[in-house]
Write a protein of this length. Structure first.
Length: 154
């Protein structure tokens, strides 16, 4: 159901043709880059965390990792990922298809500065075999103009 919600979301935004169903899995950064034929840094991976028990998503470039010190400076606590078995319930998408679109209303979305190295990015689209192609401006608009943060390192 998650993919269908994302497809409907983009259809309503006039960008439905940007959602692509792939023949192979895009559940990891490496698999997604291979399936699309792009660089790993263009994959916009979506990481799910709890901040004071509230769910947040951080969308970051595929080739970076969360830097604990930077994360703590922004969120005033250590990173605490949502347990795998609770991701779908808290976010609205299952592991492998987590994306910042058509999520539960209580989820806060952040974009990491690492994304600024690419003009076009490919976030997941709600399933393990789907992506959506967006410019950074479209990503901002389609995620409700979220706050930009710098919490990752190469």
């Amino acid at each position: 159901m998650s993919y269908e919600n994302v497809q409907r979301y983009f259809d309503q935004a006039g960008l439905g043709e940007r959602v692509k169903v792939l023949k192979q899995s895009s559940a990891t950064v490496e698999l997604a880059a291979q399936a699309i034929g792009c660089q790993e840094k263009q994959i916009a991976k979506t990481l799910s965390f709890l901040v004071d028990e509230a769910p947040i998503l951080i969308v970051a470039a595929g080739h970076v990792k969360v830097d604990n010190k930077k994360y703590k400076a922004v969120f005033h606590q250590r990173p605490k990922m949502i347990p795998r078995d609770l991701v779908e319930d808290r976010i609205g998408h299952g592991v492998g298809g987590v994306c910042p679109f058509a999520v539960k209303p209580e989820v806060t979305i952040y974009l990491d500065a690492s994304l600024k190295g690419s003009e076009v990015v490919y976030p997941a689209a709600g399933s393990e075999c789907s992506v959506v192609q967006l410019s950074l401006e479209e990503l901002e608009r389609c995620t409700g103009n979220p706050t930009w943060v710098d919490v990752c390192k190469e």
